[in-house]
Design a protein around this ligand. Structure first.
Ligand code: NAD
Length: 500
């Protein structure tokens, strides 16, 4: 693995690096002001490619969250009173500001999160696209008219905002989630307090700086800090009636309980998955193997919620497909995420590294599992873990098949019949995404009917298409995002019965 430092990348001129990030004074955005934590406390930013500490940022706590909620509460009525087309214009300006600073944002995420800069540029594009998509939905935020028996009366619905939305996002895709997931609540007329993950907060702080110039004061606030402290205060704050959470199922379930302990709140949850990719014997096997690799999102080190991390293959083609997938995984270039030809970087944090390498050690020790590729953790520095494939020829059992690893670890097992494949796929308490590879329309349609999942690909994987609703069933979540459903989730219908 290369360890070239700042300015040494060939063909790209000087590349941004540690100094630009370390030299900055990173501050939160509260009520239009860039500010340190009231306590003065900070958290370290660790570069996952070499584990060095490269910056510090505010460790906000309950006092900072309270200040942000007060600011958001004060700003909410004025923001809601603006016409929706004016709010859409602000979102458009925000998208333009992110796009204009996209290169810097991509580099910040690369240094803080570890994914190749080529991938983080893509995340910036997706975020800008989502902001513009929601801005374009402005005139679709409509109520209904309900026919009345009394012809001198009519009944209709209005869609009111909640007021202050607490928006908590995970460590993966830091800029993308922070930017894209505030579009819908803002367009609907809510003000927002955004809490990014402590492992990857920098791009959200930069987003706050950009927002300070284009979003009215208090309408968007960014508070960084520990989940169990700043996040918990946001969840339990009595003036935050709407919580939108993206993260792990364990924390998500806790958030439902904590929110309920404070007040009746609307809580939507986008949680984890252990998503199956099923290859039937009639599939185009080469394309299915490509898709199994793409579905793992190795370019983000497998740290994507929709990753299809359980590969279920019909026994008659099992050895061939698993072999092809392993060969493709072998070819992935892992290395310095700043370099243009790197396809996969380090995991995001020491926590992730401990967790993922723990699963790999458990897999290597399990006699039921055969290592097809990967498994060897390079000597440091950096949280590098290679693409790893385990095969379970005698069946899908054990923690590697039932728990979300959220790293570059794929597990494969054979099945003998359609019913067995569906039963295996549905066996877990998760249901975020699934993929099916088959050339049979009948099998595809039956799987679409039978799989308990929120999002299904047939003869594809990984892709998110703008406007399609993303979200989970079972412990993978409640609520849908990325389409008009997300916008509607940030409103409350008010029924009006009007006699004239
Ligand atoms: P996490 O649950 O540990 O943390 C997510 C966020 O919640 C962070 O901002 C964290 O600071 C905050 N938090 C932690 N404890 C909290 C508490 N007690 N109260 C309030 N907030 C708290 O998740 P993570 O490790 O950052 O992210 C990975 C997980 O997110 C994976 O399970 C992944 O599948 C999931 N995810 C889901 C989606 C989706 O759309 N369904 C998208 C991305 C990630």
């Amino acid at each position: 693995m290369s360890t070239r430092t700042r300015g040494e990348a060939s063909g790209t001129g000087t590349i941004p690096g540690v100094d630009e990030i370390a030299d900055r004074h990173w501050r939160m955005l509260i009520g239009g002001e860039l500010t340190d934590a009231a306590s003065g406390a900070t958290l370290d930013v660790v570069n996952p490619a070499d584990t060095s500490t490269i910056a510090r940022f505010p460790q906000g706590d309950a006092a900072d969250v309270d200040a942000a909620v007060d600011a958001a509460r004060a700003a909410a009525p004025g923001w809601a009173a603006m016409s929706i087309t004016d709010r859409a214009r602000v979102l458009g300006d925000f998208a333009d500001a992110i796009e204009a600073n996209g290169e810097e944002l991509a580099w910040i995420d690369t240094m803080d999160y570890g994914s190749p800069v080529t991938m983080m540029r893509n995340d910036v594009r997706i975020a800008v696209g989502q902001l513009r998509y929601f801005a374009g939905l402005a005139l679709q935020l409509r109520g209904e008219t309900i026919p009345m028996a009394d012809r001198n009366a009519m009944d209709f619905t209005l869609r009111d905002p909640f007021g202050v939305v607490g928006r908590i996002v995970p460590f993966n895709h830091p800029l993308m989630f922070a930017a894209a997931r505030i579009a819908a609540p803002l367009l609907a007329g809510n003000s927002v307090v955004l809490k990014p993950a402590e492992a990857t907060s920098l791009s959200a702080l930069r987003l706050g700086e950009l927002a300070a110039a284009v979003v009215p004061d208090g309408v968007l606030n960014v508070v960084t800090g520990l989940g169990g402290v700043a996040g918990d205060r946001l969840v339990t704050h009595p003036d935050v009636p709407r919580i939108a959470f993206t993260g792990s199922d364990v924390v998500g379930r806790g958030i439902q309980a904590r929110a309920a302990s404070a007040a009746v709140k609307k809580v939507t949850l986008e949680l984890g998955g252990k998503n199956p990719l099923i290859v039937f014997a009639d599939a185009d096997l080469d394309e299915a193997a490509d898709s199994a690799v793409r579905g793992m999102n190795f370019t983000w080190q497998g740290q994507s919620c929709g990753s299809t991390s359980r590969l279920l293959v019909h026994r008659s083609v099992y050895d061939r497909v698993v072999g092809e997938v392993g060969r493709r995984m072998d070819r992935i270039r892992m290395g310095d995420p700043r370099l243009p030809d790197t396809e996969m970087g380090p995991l995001a944090s020491a926590n992730q590294y401990r967790k993922v390498t723990g699963y790999i050690r458990a897999g290597l020790a399990d006699p039921a599992l055969e290592l097809i590729t990967g498994g060897k953790i390079p000597d440091g520095p950096g949280f590098f873990v290679p693409p790893t494939l385990f095969s379970a020829p005698s069946g899908a059992t054990g923690p590697l098949f039932s728990e979300e690893i959220f790293g570059p670890v794929l597990v494969a097992a054979p099945f003998d019949s359609y019913d067995e494949a569906i039963a295996q796929a549905n066996a877990l308490p998760y249901g975020l995404t699934a993929a099916v590879w088959t050339t049979s329309l009948r099998t595809a349609m039956a799987a679409a009917r039978d799989l308990r999942t929120g999002y299904l690909w047939v003869n594809s994987s990984a892709a998110h298409l703008p406007g399609t609703a993303f979200g989970g069933v079972k412990n993978s979540g409640v609520g849908r995002e990325e389409g008009i459903e997300e916008l509607l989730e940030y409103t409350q219908p008010k029924n009006v019965y009007l006699r004239f």
